[in-house]
Design a protein around this ligand. Structure first.
Ligand code: IMP
Length: 210
C-alpha cells in the first residue's frame, strides 16, 4: 500500500481525502513529526500547493528516510468573485481580517447589492500538488500539479448550516441551494476539492503510483 503524506493538519480534510483515496495509507504532517508553520506566500493556488508539498518532501528527505517511498500531496483552495476582480482568491482566509466568515459574507452581499445573477459569478478553486518519490537517478522527486473549480453565484442571503468558510453564500443554480445546504457526499461530488482529488487519483493510477 502506498503511503501518502498529505500536507495538512486538518482532520476534517483528511477524512474527506481518505474517502477519495482508499488505496493509500494517509498520514498528516503532524503524524510524521513535521510541526513547522509553512509560509504560503505564493501568487497562485498552484504556487501555494507546491510550496507546502515541497516543504514536507524536504522534511522527509532530511528527517524521515524511512518514508522515502512516500508520495507527498498538498492542496490550496479559495474563493474567486468575478465582481471583485477575482478577490479574495489566494487570500481567502487572510482576507477576513478580524471578521467572522458570516460578517465577511454579509459585507460581500452588501457590496454586490442590486447586481443581477449574471454578474454574481463566483467559483471555489482547488489546486493539488504532488511531489513523487525520488527515483534512483533523480536528485529531486518529480512534481505534478492540477486545479479544478466549482462554479456558483453569490447568494442574496446566507443559507445552510453545513460545510465551512464561505459555503453558506455559495449558491449552485443546478442544485438550487448553497453548498452549506448540501450533504457532505453531495458537496464532495461536485466540489473543487473533490474534483481535484479525484483527478489527482486518476493521474497517480495512470502513473502506476497507487
Ligand atoms: P485552504 O487554504 O485550502 O485551507 O482554504 C483557504 C480558504 O478558502 C478557507 O479558509 C476558506 O475561506 C476558503 N475555502 C476553501 N474551500 C472552501 C469550501 O469548500 N467552502 C468554503 N470555503 C472554502
Amino acid at each position: 500500500m502506498r503511503t501518502i503524506v498529505f500536507a495538512t493538519s486538518n482532520e476534517d480534510k483528511l477524512k474527506e481525502i481518505r474517502e477519495i483515496l482508499p488505496e493509500a495509507e494517509l498520514l498528516t504532517m503532524g503524524g510524521i513529526g513535521f510541526h513547522e508553520e509553512i509560509e504560503e506566500n505564493g501568487q497562485s493556488f498552484e504556487d501555494n500547493a507546491l510550496i507546502k508539498a515541497r516543504a514536507v518532501a524536504d522534511y522527509i528527505r532530511k528527517a524521515r528516510p524511512d518514508l522515502s517511498d512516500a508520495l507527498v500531496l498538498a492542496d490550496d483552495s479559495g474563493l474567486e468573485i468575478d465582481a471583485m476582480d477575482g478577490m479574495p482568491g489566494v487570500h481567502s482566509h487572510r482576507w477576513l481580517g478580524e471578521r467572522t466568515y458570516r460578517e465577511a459574507m454579509e459585507d460581500i452581499i452588501a457590496k454586490l447589492d442590486g447586481l443581477p445573477d449574471e454578474k454574481r459569478g463566483t467559483r471555489f478553486v482547488c489546486a493539488i500538488a504532488a511531489v513523487l518519490p525520488r527515483t534512483e537517478d533523480a536528485e529531486e522527486g518529480r512534481e505534478l500539479v492540477l486545479r479544478r473549480t466549482v462554479e456558483g453565484i453569490v447568494a442574496r442571503s446566507i443559507r445552510g448550516e453545513g460545510g465551512f468558510g464561505y459555503d453558506p453564500f455559495f449558491y449552485v443554480p443546478e442544485y438550487g441551494c448553497t453548498t452549506a445546504e448540501m450533504s457532505r457526499e453531495q458537496k464532495n461530488a461536485i466540489s473543487h476539492r473533490g474534483k481535484a482529488l479525484r483527478a489527482m487519483r486518476e493521474e497517480l493510477l495512470r502513473e502506476g503510483l497507487l
